[in-house]
Design a protein around this ligand. Structure first.
Ligand SMILES: *[C@@H]1O[C@H](CO)[C@@H](O)[C@H](O)[C@H]1NC(C)=O
Ligand SMILES: *[C@@H]1O[C@H](CO)[C@@H](O)[C@H](O)[C@H]1NC(C)=O
Ligand SMILES: *[C@@H]1O[C@H](CO)[C@@H](O)[C@H](O)[C@H]1NC(C)=O
Length: 444
């Protein structure tokens, strides 16, 4: 069977790697939609299985907008996905969360946490008040490879398991933010419910795309808004929307080493992309709370450095994260790490800007990923179970742990937010009659 042919995998991986090389700075200059493309035109295997629902135009680089690359890369991924998938249904393995049996109740009392009438202020939202969830991001949000057991399965997006936007099954098997929110409001929608790429129906309002960087956010935000507005279920002005944006890992895995002046790039350009995205969202999205989340990718990678990584990781990491693992750039590693820490600060500062806060819209920086590292067992031995087999992406358990972290952050006041990953259910916050609201900068 061809997937076992590692030469092919190398080809596929390399073709995605090629698309990493340039991100479109063009997005901010000139016409914002200049490299908008139709996936239909480019994909030789279009709508192969009749499941491609969204005629979407998400691109991750100007190279991806070139027809030959798109035909080969997206076409191959489509076939690949069909032949190897689904993997998201697997229910046993060390990197899956433990199943919570039916006799264990949900940790929080859910009664009274949906307002009788929709609140008019974003600073008075109870967990059950969200009607719609959505997400922007990269392969950590598309849950790429979360349930993979073999390296050739790493190209499958297990979107149903994604920490902030997956909604496959329930919190008992898949702790995700939507599966938590479902307990408070069973009618919530927009979450991904199965393995899929972002053009497939099960992806829903998860437009995350592998390899996306901060520079892709203005464009992908517009795609998301287009998709949501076109959906007849969405009441744009009435529904409360929860949008999680986590981005930045690929900036440092795949982009930073191609910049002529990386320091300048971080300080000058990256903030601009964030600001453009948030200004746009603030302008077009009524009734929205945005979670702005830093990527754990770099901190996690560094925490694995001290560990004897399995063979698969040593093979795949230089491909997936060439700026940090490519031997050519090893002398710059510490500089890139400092710049990454700087970028996380920029993200926090941006979230505090007054123009992003009103009664109708707010941004909250959620830092639970900021100082993430792999777990350690009691005897001090490293525990890689939150990582997928490539040591770059998160496993299903990693997604569950992340969902727990994000949920806690949403209920923690501004200056008391957790900045590390904790074991699953070690600490699971609940709203209380005294503190019923999702925390924002204005009600903390
Ligand atoms: C793909 O096929 C399905 C089923 O035939 C159809 O409903 C859908 O509109 C098609 N998608 C696109 C983008 O053409
Ligand atoms: C990069 O740009 C900064 C100004 O932002 C400058 O101070 C620095 O010298 C430049 N570094 C290199 C290597 O050119
Ligand atoms: C992650 O980041 C924090 C804050 O910068 C740092 O203190 C911690 O040591 C980092 N962990 C690893 C493993 O690099």
């Amino acid at each position: 069977m061809f997937p076992r042919n590692s030469a092919l995998l190398a080809l596929v991986l390399c073709s995605c790697q090629t698309t990493l090389f340039s991100t479109s700075g063009a997005m901010l200059t000139g016409t914002q939609y200049s490299n908008r493309i139709s996936r239909e035109r480019g994909n030789i295997l279009k709508n192969l299985t009749g499941t491609q629902e969204y005629e979407n135009h998400i691109v991750t680089s100007s190279l991806d907008a070139s027809e030959p690359v798109r035909m080969m890369y997206r076409g191959l991924r489509e076939v690949y996905h069909r032949i190897l998938g689904p993997t998201g249904m697997r229910d046993e393995g060390v990197s899956l969360q433990p199943r919570i049996p039916p006799y264990v109740p949900f940790p929080c009392d859910v009664r009274g946490y949906r307002s009788p009438t929709p609140p008019t202020s974003v600073h008075q939202l109870r967990p059950g008040d969200f009607d719609v969830v959505a997400a922007l991001g990269d392969s950590l949000t598309s849950a790429t490879g979360a349930n993979s057991r073999q390296f050739w399965e790493l190209l499958i997006d297990n979107r149903g398991l994604s920490w902030c936007i997956g909604g496959q099954e329930t919190w008992r098997t898949h702790l995700t933010l939507p599966n938590i929110l479902k307990e408070f409001n069973p009618r919530i929608f927009g979450y991904s419910f199965a393995d899929s790429y972002n053009v497939h129906l099960p992806s829903q309002f998860n437009v995350a795309e592998i390899i996306a960087t901060t520079s892709d956010m203005p464009y992908n935000a517009a795609s998301l808004v287009e998709r949501m507005k076109a959906d007849p279920r969405v009441n744009w002005h009435k529904h409360w929307k929860l949008l999680t944006i986590m981005i930045g890992g690929n900036d440092f895995c795949s982009d930073v080493c191609y910049q002529t002046n990386a320091t300048q790039w971080i300080n000058r350009d990256q903030e601009k992309y964030l600001l453009t995205t948030l200004h746009y969202l603030k302008k077009v999205m009524p009734r929205t709370l945005v979670n702005l989340v830093p990527s754990p990718l770099i901190n996690l990678s560094f925490s694995i450095d001290k560990v004897q990584a399995p063979f698969t990781c040593q093979f795949v990491r230089p491909v997936e994260c060439s700026c940090l693992y490519g031997p050519k750039y090893s002398s710059k590693r510490n500089l890139y790490r400092q710049l990454e820490r700087r970028f996380v600060k920029i993200m926090e500062q941006v979230s505090h800007r007054a123009e992003f806060h009103s009664n109708d819209f707010t941004v909250v920086y959620q830092p639970f990923y900021r100082d993430a590292s792999i777990f350690h067992r009691r005897d001090g031995k490293p525990d890689l179970s939150i990582m997928a087999i490539d040591c770059v992406h998160l496993s299903q358990k990693g997604h569950a742990v992340s969902a727990n972290g994000l949920w806690n952050n949403m209920l923690e006041p501004t200056r008391q937010k957790t900045t590390v990953l904790r074991e699953l259910f070690e600490d699971f916050k609940c709203p209380t009659p005294e503190n019923p609201f999702i925390k924002t900068y204005y009600n903390s």
